[in-house]
Design a protein around this ligand. Structure first.
Ligand SMILES: [Zn+2]
Length: 104
């Protein structure tokens, strides 16, 4: 029997390399390219969106999708991912995502 051409596998690995860093969305738990996710950090106990990805400290990633922000908030995933002692208000993230989705 002939083996299947490795073309598909080669294309897969090429795609993976081109995608670059991968992060897990704290909402739906799906892995996605870092560039497709919004980074959020905690500053003074408050969630801050970090679209430029330049703020210091521990970050969490979430899709630019209100459903994912909702999920993350309900599961307290932001507080867990960011090792926050207290609960975090996801309003800044929700507002940011809502603002984006009305723009598009
Ligand atoms: Zn997601």
């Amino acid at each position: 029997m002939k083996r299947r051409a490795p073309r598909a596998a080669a294309l897969d690995s090429e795609t993976a390399r081109l995608e670059g860093p991968v992060r897990t969305c704290v909402g739906c738990r799906a892995r996605a390219a870092k560039s497709a996710l919004l980074r959020v950090v905690v500053a003074d106990g408050v969630l801050v969106v970090d679209p430029s990805g330049r703020l210091p400290g521990r970050g969490a990633s979430v899709h630019l999708d209100p459903d994912c922000v909702d999920l993350a908030e309900r599961r307290k995933a932001f507080a867990r991912a960011l090792r926050s002692a207290g609960p975090l208000d996801a309003a800044p993230v929700r507002d940011h995502v809502a603002g984006l989705s009305t723009t598009f």
